[in-house]
Design a binder for this molecule. Structure first.
Ligand code: ADP
Ligand code: MG
Length: 628
C-alpha cells in the first residue's frame, strides 16, 4: 500500500467543471458511498437518512431488493437473500470451506477454479453480479443526491485481496455501470481519511473490526509512500460474534425461566440475533439494554443486560483480536514504541471495551474522531476526487503495492521472483530467461504468486506458452519476460524471444481461488519455511545442473564418441548412470559431487573434441556447429 506522489499539472478543474467522483466502501456487512463536497469528504445518505447500506441482496419475486429491506427478509427467504457476498468474491467452490453452514444453494460444478454461482429465484448468480446490485444501489443514491452522472469511482478492497478478488471487484463495478478510477486498499483509505498522507512520516496501525472480519495492517509512511509492513487478521471474527454471545446469554436466561423450552426455529433465531445486535450497539453508549421479543411458540422474552455483563461475556473476543495484532507487529519487527498512531476502523470498534484493549496494547489513544464505519469510504472519496482532477496539483495520488511476490516457474520447480512483494504500483519488471534444451522451440511459462522458493508452495496464477522460438542451442535463446501490474494490482505478462521477436502475451485473470487465510498462511509459511526452502532450492538447482550435464555429455558421446577409447567411453557412461541415480535421492551435496566427477571423467574427451573441432575448423568447417 504505497502512496506515490503524482501531480498532474493542468488537471485541476475550475469549480464549475467539478467532476462527480465517489469513493465506495464495498463492505462485507455494510457498504457506503462518499464524495468530496466543498472540500469536505461526506458520506451520502439514502432517502431515509441511512448512510450505511447493509450488503444484502434479495432476489424477490418482483425484482431485486438491496439493503435494509433485504436484510429484514433474510430469515423468511434465506436462499434468495444473499448477505456477506464479499466472502465469495473471486472464489471457487473449492475455496469455500464451511459450505454446510451457509444457507445458499451453490451450483455444484466440477470445473475447478471457476467462480462460484448461487442458485436463486432469478437464476444462477455469481458473487460479481450480486455485488454489482449493491454498487448499483449506491450509484443511484449518489446520482440522486449529486444530481448528475458520476465521472468515476474509487472502490476499496482489503489489503490482502489477491488478483482474483480485485478483478472480481472491478468486474462488479463495471457491471454496475461505474467507471473505476482505481481500487484502493481499505487501510490506505482509512489513513488518507485521517490525512496521514500529508502530515506525518511514521508507522501506523490500522485496526479494523467489521461485522464478520478482523484485519490489522501496519503501514509505514515515508516521503509520500505508504508501505504495508504487515497484515494479519481473523476472517471469522467480528461484530457478529459479539451479537452471538448476547444471543446465547438470552437463550440461557429464557431456558432458566421457562420449563418447556423448545428449540428455536429459523425466524426466532434471526429475531433474537437482530435484538442482540441492537442491544450490543445500544450498550456502546448506555449502561444497560433491554431485550424484548415474542417467540413464535408464544414465549415472551424480556431480559436486561448490563454493560458490565456484556464486557464480561465478550472479553475473550476482544482478547482474540490481539493475537493477530501481535503477530503483525512481530512480522514487521516492530515495538509498540515504534507506532506513531493507531486508526480504528469498522463499526465494532465503537465498543468501549475494544477501544480500551487497543489503547492498553499500544499504550496510546487511538484515532477515533472520524466515524469508524465511514472512514474507509471517506478516504476513498478523497482519493477519487484527486484522481478526477478536482484538487490542486500538489495533492497526492495514492498507489498501492503488490500484496505478494509475483514470479515465474523455472527449471526444477523453482520460483524466480520478478516483482517482489510490496512493490509500489504500477510496476513493470523484465527478466531474461533462456532455453534448457538444444533446438527447443516452445517454452511453457507458469506465473506464480507467493513468497516461497518452490512452485508447489505458491499459488499458480496462469500458464501460457511461447511458441515459434527458432531452434537454437540450449542457452542461446534470449527470452525476455515482462511483468506489469497496473494501479489496481492487476497483472499482465508478456514474453518475447529477443532474436526472432516472437511474442506471447497474457492478461492474468487468475484462476479464482486463493483464500485470505491462505495468503496469511503463505506469508507465515515463507518465514517458517525459509530454511527448508533453501535446502529445496539447493537440491532443485543441483538436479537441474546434473540434468544439463548428463544431457550434453550424452549428446557429445553420440556425436563424437569415436574420438575416445571404448574404455574411456564406458567410464564416462558409468559416471552418467551413477549421477542419474544420485540425482534421484535428496542429497544436493552428493549430486554436486557427482556432477564434478562426471566433469572430471570427461576432461580428456572434452580435450579430444576441442582438438577435433579445431582441425575441422581449419579444414574449413564451421566451428559454430561443434560444441560440447
Ligand atoms: P464491514 O466492514 O464488515 O462491512 P462495518 O464496519 O460496517 O462492517 O461494521 C459492522 C459491525 O459494526 C456490525 O457488527 C455492527 O453491529 C457493528 N456496530 C455498528 N455500530 C455499532 C455500535 N454503536 N456499537 C457496537 N457495534 C456497532
Ligand atoms: Mg469494512
Amino acid at each position: 500500500m504505497a502512496l506515490l506522489q503524482i501531480s498532474e499539472p493542468g488537471q485541476s478543474a475550475a469549480p464549475h467543471q467539478h467532476k462527480l467522483a465517489v469513493g465506495i466502501d464495498l463492505g462485507t456487512t455494510n457498504s457506503l458511498i462518499a464524495t468530496v463536497r466543498s472540500g469536505m469528504s461526506t458520506v451520502l445518505q439514502d432517502a431515509h437518512g441511512h448512510a450505511l447500506l447493509p450488503s444484502v441482496v434479495r432476489y424477490a419475486p418482483d425484482g431485486v431488493v438491496v439493503g435494509h429491506e433485504a436484510q429484514t427478509q433474510q430469515s423468511a427467504d434465506p436462499i434468495n437473500t444473499i448477505a456477506s457476498v464479499k466472502r465469495f468474491m473471486g472464489r471457487s467452490l473449492h475455496d469455500i470451506a464451511d459450505r454446510a453452514h451457509i444457507p445458499y444453494r451453490f451450483l455444484e460444478d466440477a470445473t475447478a477454479n471457476k467462480q462460484v454461482q448461487l442458485q436463486t429465484r432469478a437464476g444462477l448468480k455469481t458473487p460479481v453480479e450480486i455485488s454489482a446490485e449493491i454498487l448499483k444501489a449506491l450509484k443511484i443514491r449518489a446520482e440522486h443526491s449529486l444530481g448528475g452522472e458520476l465521472t468515476g469511482a474509487v472502490i476499496t478492497v482489503p489489503a490482502y485481496f489477491d488478483d482474483a478478488q480485485r478483478q472480481a471487484t472491478k468486474d462488479a463495478a463495471r457491471l454496475a455501470g461505474l467507471n473505476v478510477l482505481r481500487l484502493l486498499n481499505e487501510p490506505t483509505a482509512a489513513a488518507v481519511a485521517y490525512g496521514l498522507d500529508n502530515n506525518a512520516e511514521g508507522t501506523y496501525v490500522i485496526y479494523d473490526l467489521g461485522g464478520g472480519t478482523f484485519d490489522v495492517s501496519i503501514l509505514k509512511l515515508t516521503k509520500g509512500v505508504f508501505e504495508v509492513l504487515a497484515t494479519n487478521g481473523d476472517s471469522a471474527l467480528g461484530g457478529d460474534d459479539f451479537d452471538h454471545r448476547i444471543y446465547c446469554w438470552v437463550l440461557d436466561k429464557v431456558r432458566e425461566s421457562s420449563s418447556h423450552f423448545t428449540p428455536l426455529n429459523e425466524e426466532d433465531t434471526r429475531l433474537l440475533l437482530t435484538k442482540s445486535r441492537q442491544a450490543k450497539e445500544w450498550l456502546t453508549d448506555n449502561f444497560e439494554a433491554q431485550i424484548v421479543g415474542k417467540l413464535s411458540n408464544g414465549t415472551l422474552v424480556d431480559v436486561t443486560l448490563s454493560a458490565t455483563q456484556f464486557v464480561e461475556l465478550t472479553q475473550h473476543l476482544v482478547t482474540k483480536t490481539l493475537a493477530p495484532t501481535r503477530k503483525a507487529m512481530r512480522d514487521a519487527v516492530l515495538d509498540i514504541a515504534d507506532i506513531k498512531g493507531v486508526v480504528l476502523v469498522g463499526g465494532a470498534t465503537r465498543m468501549p471495551q475494544v477501544r480500551h484493549a487497543v489503547e492498553d496494547y499500544f499504550q496510546q489513544t487511538p484515532l477515533t474522531n472520524l466515524d469508524p464505519d465511514k472512514v474507509v469510504a471517506l478516504g476513498a472519496a478523497i482519493q477519487a476526487n484527486a484522481l478526477v482532477g478536482n484538487r490542486s496539483d500538489n495533492d497526492l495520488l495514492l498507489l498501492d503495492v503488490t500484496p505478494l511476490s509475483l514470479g515465474l516457474e523455472t527449471m526444477g520447480g523453482l520460483v524466480e521472483k520478478i516483482i517482489p512483494r510490496n512493490s509500489t504500483l504500477p510496476v513493470a519488471r523484465a527478466q531474461d530467461f533462456t532455453t534448457y534444451k538444444d533446438g527447443q522451440t516452445a517454452m511453457s511459462l507458469q506465473v506464480v504468486q507467493g513468497e516461497r522458493e518452490l512452485v508447489a508452495d505458491c499459488r499458480s496464477l496462469a500458464r501460457f506458452e511461447l511458441r515459434g522460438i527458432p531452434p537454437m542451442a540450449a542457452g542461446a535463446a534470449r527470452i525476455r519476460v515482462t511483468f506489469q501490474v497496473d494501479a489496481d494490482g492487476l497483472l499482465s505478462v508478456s514474453a518475447r524471444e529477443q532474436t526472432s521477436g516472437v511474442e506471447a502475451n497474457i492478461l492474468v485473470k487468475p484462476s479464482y481461488g486463493l483464500h485470505e487465510d491462505e495468503i496469511t498462511h503463505m506469508l507465515k509459511a515463507s518465514y517458517a519455511g525459509a530454511e527448508a526452502d533453501k535446502k529445496a532450492r539447493m537440491l532443485a538447482e543441483a538436479r537441474v545442473n546434473a540434468g544439463a550435464i548428463i544431457q550434453s555429455v550424452t549428446q557429445a558421446l553420440a556425436h563424437d564418441g569415436q574420438l575416445i577409447s571404448l574404455q574411456e567411453k564406458q567410464t564416462i557412461e558409468a559416471e552418467i548412470t551413477q549421477l542419474q541415480t544420485t540425482a534421484q535421492a535428496e542429497d544436493a551435496i552428493a549430486i554436486n559431487k557427482g556432477v564434478e566427477a562426471l566433469n572430471h571423467a570427461t576432461e580428456a574427451f572434452a580435450q579430444a573434441r576441442m582438438n577435433a573441432s579445431v582441425s575441422r575448423a581449419l579444414a574449413g568447417k564451421n566451428i559454430e556447429n561443434i560444441k560440447l
